[in-house]
Design a protein around this ligand. Structure first.
Ligand SMILES: [Zn+2]
Length: 175
């Protein structure tokens, strides 16, 4: 098999443990939206009929930019993976109004033949990434400098005309 692509038929009954190494780096960066620094962890892959269960832990970091001041930041995410991958044809056949199963596992899709763990890594980091990352989230002490950089950047843009002037123009001085 072309690692880290795991064919359904190749998964042993007791499962398969895969160490996440350099093959997951680019996917970590894509998920976090920056250039990946490092990724580590392990994934345990087991099968349940045609469903592939993936659990384990992942930790990865990437250089992303602050959403306020655009300064590059080293952002790290770590967490538990607990996901079930369901063949696409089965997902398509599911009635839309079907009650979701009790377990709060994330659901993903795969082609029913093989699961690409690069995809699993990318999806994990994309889901874990907060919608907004600011300098102050990583280091509260950096917040003031972040705001300062933001103001400097905003000052470089042409200032909009001050609306107070247009009001004053129509006012004649009274004695
Ligand atoms: Zn910032």
């Amino acid at each position: 098999m072309s690692f880290p692509v795991v064919p359904l038929e190749s998964i042993p009954t007791h499962g398969l443990t895969v160490q996440v190494q350099d093959w997951g780096r680019a996917a970590c960066g894509e998920g976090l939206g920056g250039e990946a620094g490092a990724v580590s962890g392990h994934l345990v892959v087991t099968r349940q009929g045609r469903h592939i269960l993936v659990s384990g832990t992942l930790e990865g970091s990437a250089t992303v930019v602050c959403d306020r001041c655009a300064e590059p930041l080293r952002f790290t995410v770590a967490g538990e993976v607990d996901c079930v991958y369901i063949p696409r044809d089965e997902v398509a056949a599911q009635p839309v109004d079907e009650e979701p199963p009790e377990e709060a596992r994330e659901e993903g899709e795969y082609d029913g033949v093989e699961l690409d763990l690069v995809h699993v890594v990318r999806e994990f980091f994309a889901l874990e990434r907060p919608a907004r990352i600011l300098c102050g989230d990583l280091d509260p002490a950096a917040d003031a400098a972040c705001l300062e950089r933001f103001r400097t950047r905003a000052a470089l843009a042409p200032a909009p005309p001050d609306p107070r002037f247009s009001v004053l123009k129509g006012v004649k001085p009274t004695r």
